[in-house]
Write a protein that binds this ligand. Structure first.
Ligand SMILES: [Zn+2]
Ligand SMILES: [Zn+2]
Ligand SMILES: [Zn+2]
Length: 107
C-alpha cells in the first residue's frame, strides 16, 4: 500500500468514526444529518442482532466491530460509550482478540 492510499483509508475510517461518535451521542430523533440516521440504524442493529459475532457475524456487525476495534486501540477513556469499546479494550488487554465477539448462548 502506498503512503497516500494508506492515508486515504485512515481518513475514511476516521470519517466513519466521527459519524459513529455523533450517532452515539445524538438523541435528536429529528436530526437531519443523513449519516447520523444511518449510523443509528447500524448501532441499533448490532444491539439486537442474534447472529454470532464470532463465528458468523453478519456484514453489518462485522463492519461496526472492525470500526470499534480501530477506535478502542486509540481510546484512552475509561468510561467511553462507543459500542463494544469496553469489551474490546478488555480483550486487547487480555490479548484475546480472536474470541472478541464470543458470547456463548444456549441454543
Ligand atoms: Zn444526529
Ligand atoms: Zn448483525
Ligand atoms: Zn472508546
Amino acid at each position: 500500500m502506498t503512503e497516500t492510499s494508506r492515508r486515504e483509508r485512515r481518513d475514511a475510517i476516521e470519517g466513519c468514526l466521527e459519524n459513529l461518535r455523533h450517532a452515539v451521542h445524538c438523541h435528536d430523533n429529528g436530526c437531519t444529518l443523513p449519516r447520523c440516521s444511518k449510523m443509528k440504524r447500524v448501532v441499533a442493529h448490532t444491539r439486537q442482532c442474534r447472529q454470532s459475532k464470532r463465528e458468523n457475524p453478519c456484514a453489518i456487525c462485522k463492519q461496526l466491530v472492525a470500526l470499534c476495534c480501530y477506535h478502542a486501540k486509540n481510546c484512552q477513556s475509561a468510561r467511553c460509550n462507543m459500542p463494544f469499546c469496553g469489551q474490546i479494550k478488555r480483550k486487547l488487554e487480555a490479548q484475546e482478540l480472536v474470541s472478541l465477539y464470543s458470547r456463548p448462548r444456549a441454543v
